[in-house]
Design a protein around this ligand. Structure first.
Ligand code: GAL
Length: 336
């Protein structure tokens, strides 16, 4: 026990000396290995050849309120998508801007005047391409589309292709889920965010098939994060209260295209009703233990969006139920 405590102390001390991160500290400023705050919001992680790649919204510049919206439509200029890489989920190297925003071009989907949110990347084994999907919107969120970009390498640069309304449907908050058979499903809040849709992408992941399903009908859920456990499919979502936190909820299905049943809040303890002041964005399986995942969330600072914080917490499966508990500081065991 003494040796263990001493070793942990030594690891932490050496880490401070080398400027390394030894713990995840949800809600605190998290610095990359160059000492700069990680700028990746609404993020997702893709693992490729033993390296984790983190992609997220770049939030920079002043926050302003879009007038006459009737809701708290705070925003910053769309900053494009950042990429970071890591072997241990603690120390992140900035790989640069994976998808750059354009400037002064109101006709472009990815202009700084638009909204670029919740980027997610998957690797297509057959085409050898990395495919990014993201929520593209106008500053008043009425455009409600999904954009797609493609790259030959995980850290980009990604080339933007176009945006669409999948099969004609409105699409806002979104995620991708890649199943074990390589099929990729696009989950997105649709029908003015009242109902979630899920569409199977084509084999090249660049467009939507007609295979799709409405789920969580009229339940007004957003910020989907999907994972698989013991052959069942889980989606964690938030309610629709803009940048303000609300209770998360999880739903389960026996197959992706099957029936999804909402089963309640996976968070436990103080502030569980506010998802520990965060909103879900991704769930990453950990390899060392099939019951362990990382919950990735955003603690939005609506009045200064660039100061929004990352909230990553351990998600443990217990009797088929996901449980998320607050941890002020913790270490994800990535294993092999
Ligand atoms: C949230 C959504 C965020 C962002 C925000 C705008 O509900 O999850 O990604 O779009 O609304 O207010």
């Amino acid at each position: 026990m003494r040796i263990l405590v001493l070793s942990l102390f030594l690891i932490a001390f050496l880490g401070i000396v080398k400027g390394q991160e030894n713990f995840i500290k949800p809600g605190e400023v998290w610095k990359d290995i160059d000492g700069k705050p990680i700028n990746a919001h609404g993020a997702g992680i893709m693992e490729h050849k033993g390296t984790y790649y983190l992609y997220g919204e770049i939030k920079e510049g002043n926050t302003w309120l879009v007038p006459d919206q009737g809701w708290e439509c705070y925003r910053v200029p769309a900053g494009g998508v950042s990429c970071y890489s890591s072997k241990d989920l603690l120390n992140w190297k900035y790989e640069g801007v994976a998808l750059a925003a354009t400037t002064n071009d109101p006709t472009s989907d990815i202009d700084t005047g638009k909204v670029i949110e919740r980027p997610k990347v998957v690797y297509n084994k057959s085409t050898g391409k990395f495919v990014m999907w993201m929520h593209i919107d106008s500053k008043d969120y009425s455009y409600a589309r999904s954009g797609v970009a493609v790259s030959d390498s995980p850290n980009g640069p990604f080339v933007y292709i176009n945006s669409i309304r999948p099969n004609g449907n409105m699409a806002r908050d979104m995620t991708l889920f890649q199943d074990d058979d390589g099929k990729v499903y696009h989950f997105y809040s649709s029908e003015e965010n009242s109902t979630m849709h899920m569409s199977l992408l084509t084999d090249d992941y660049l467009s939507h098939t007609k295979t799709e399903k409405r789920i969580l009908i009229n339940q007004s859920r957003e910020s989907p994060a999907v994972f698989k456990y013991n052959k069942k499919y889980y989606v964690i979502t938030s309610g629709t209260t803009g940048w303000s936190p609300n209770p998360a909820s999880y739903a389960v299905a026996d197959s992706v295209l099957g029936e999804w049943t909402n089963l309640g809040n996976p968070c436990i303890g103080n502030d569980a009703d506010k998802t520990f002041h965060s909103q879900s964005t991704y769930v990453l399986p950990l390899k060392n233990n099939k019951n362990s995942f990382v919950y990735l969330g955003d603690r939005w600072n609506k009045l200064d969006l660039k100061d929004s914080r990352i909230v990553w917490l351990p998600l443990e499966m217990k009797d088929g139920k996901p449980e998320i508990n607050w941890k002020a500081s913790w270490i994800p065991i990535t294993g092999k």
